[in-house]
Write a protein that binds this ligand. Sequence first.
Ligand code: ADP
Ligand code: ASP
Ligand code: MG
Length: 415
Amino acid sequence: MSIIVQKYGGTSVGRPERILNVARRVLDAQAQGHQVVAVVSAMAGETNRLIDLAAEVTGEGRQPTEREMDVLLATGEQTAIALVAMAINAMGGKAVSLTGAQAGIETDGVHTRARIANITPGEVHRYLKDGHIAILAGFQGRTREGRITTLGRGGSDLTAIAMAAAIDADLCQIFTDVDGIYTCDPRVIPEARKLDEISYDELLEMASSGTKVMQSRSVEFAKKFGVRFEVRSSLNDHPGTLVREENMSMESVVIRGVSLERDQAEVTISGVADHPGNAGKIFGAVAEAGILVDMIVQNVSKTGLADVSFTLNKADLARAETTLKPVLAEVGDQVLLEAEDGIAKLSVVGIGMRSHAGVAAEMFATLADAGVNIRMITTSEIKITVTVSEDQIETAAQTVHDAFGLGGEITETGG
Ligand code: ADP
Ligand code: ASP
Ligand code: MG
């Protein structure tokens, strides 16, 4: 008998009638002869509601302990799995809900962004063999000592992929509120096209540059363990997008997709002495404060002074400035820190870039024609990212999406 892992995101279980829809789908999958594991997220908005509640009882400027945050946030998924299991049982099926701990998901002890260390799916197998549908709480696990942990925002995707690998599932389906992975967020570009397939590397680059349809760590995990999966809608039966290892034909498409990420800020530290160790001091201080930086650009002028720029989430900007103030005097005599928010990132991604020249030139010329000023630029082998003023991000995304022909039929040179 084949084993199928299905994951249902927050909007797919956001209301009682949506929960009934999920219950029916899961029962259908079982009726088709599969053993079914369904990974379920908290109901839409619930995780944010819990985060807001924590802030209210903790007070401004203070942080709750991450241990308690995890105990709190795990309740969102626990509520959802019980409701889904109840709905299935009420329809005459046989379902049992399992928390992350009960499903054997062991993590490290890094609260709120724990990594999966090991999965012992004995309990899941036992229930499946017994004819049950196993409804697993996404996003959560337990440490070896028994503390509750969570896997970072969007972490139910990771639960599904990791469980599919651990139980050697024949099929892994990620059900969400769109028909699959599109050339760009369809909420921003309505004519974006659904992709039939995409490689792990392309989705990984998109997910880590703002395409939140899949958690980037889950894609990394899928690539590492070779878990093929399909992203599709829980609200219809349209075929979705297959995410898999790359093949030769994928390279003929230059640009697979466009990602955008808002709420960014830029920091530039100018006048940094061109000595070994200064970049380490700057980024060491930022890392110690637990602040994630993204694009980093440095150049050295003829006078031997460097300008270092980086981007980060707008929400971390004030803390980064406070953290860096005491470091500035250590890295040069006349160091200046300038910061700006209201920034957004735009990326184009495609493995075809490896074998096609001129993509960057075309992207930059297109943005110039649309009157969009490019601020910072970074590239990887299969991605070009620029920062632009946030109020121009939609124009920028639309222009680039059009220029690479992503909205229409796919072509070998266009997109
Ligand atoms: P879930 O609650 O099912 O985990 P998410 O909200 O995490 O769903 O992800 C689905 C959303 O991702 C979509 O509603 C869509 O707006 C957004 N999204 C952003 N970029 C893309 C893209 N390129 N393709 C599809 N969806 C995208
Ligand atoms: N409920 C968690 C979140 O909102 C996990 C998830 O939805 O995947 O981030
Ligand atoms: Mg999600």
